[in-house]
Write a protein that binds this ligand. Structure first.
Ligand code: ASC
Length: 128
């Protein structure tokens, strides 16, 4: 899958970055920090929803070697990590549906629940 562990790290970090840029845009609109643009929100949420499927391939066996903020518990407690990863994807998919609806209140609710899944995983599995 990856020629070297650095590629796996770059792959997962890059996909998280693309996801965060798109999620963050929608979250900024939900928070009133960016003017609400329904089309841009829907497009951004759709990208975030798709890209949310990508990082996990970069957390395979042996990909705990190399320099990153990933805690070893990702590999020693893979079931819990996968559970968090799945919850995030479920909530991101709901955000995509909410953004397509164009309803800012549903977008706000979905941003909050999705953001909660980001945070709980970072708290347990990401070094500062
Ligand atoms: C983001 C980002 C996170 C989450 C988190 C939500 O945009 O980079 O880690 O949202 O801040 O609580």
């Amino acid at each position: 899958q990856f020629a070297k562990v650095e590629d796996a790290i770059k792959y997962r970090q890059s996909s998280f970055f693309v996801m965060q840029q798109n999620f963050g845009r929608v979250a900024g609109m939900a928070a009133g920090k960016i003017p609400f643009d329904a089309k841009l929100a829907a497009d951004s949420a759709a990208v975030a929803d798709f890209v949310a499927k990508l990082p996990w391939a970069g957390f395979g066996p042996g990909m705990d070697k190399g320099e990153s903020k990933a805690k070893p518990e990702i590999w020693s407690n893979k079931t819990k990590f996968d559970d968090y990863a799945n919850k995030m994807q479920t909530e991101m998919a709901k955000l995509n549906v909410a953004a397509k609806s164009g309803n800012l209140d549903s977008i706000k609710a979905a941003v909050n629940s999705t953001g909660g899944t980001c945070k709980s995983c970072h708290d347990d599995f990401k070094n500062k």
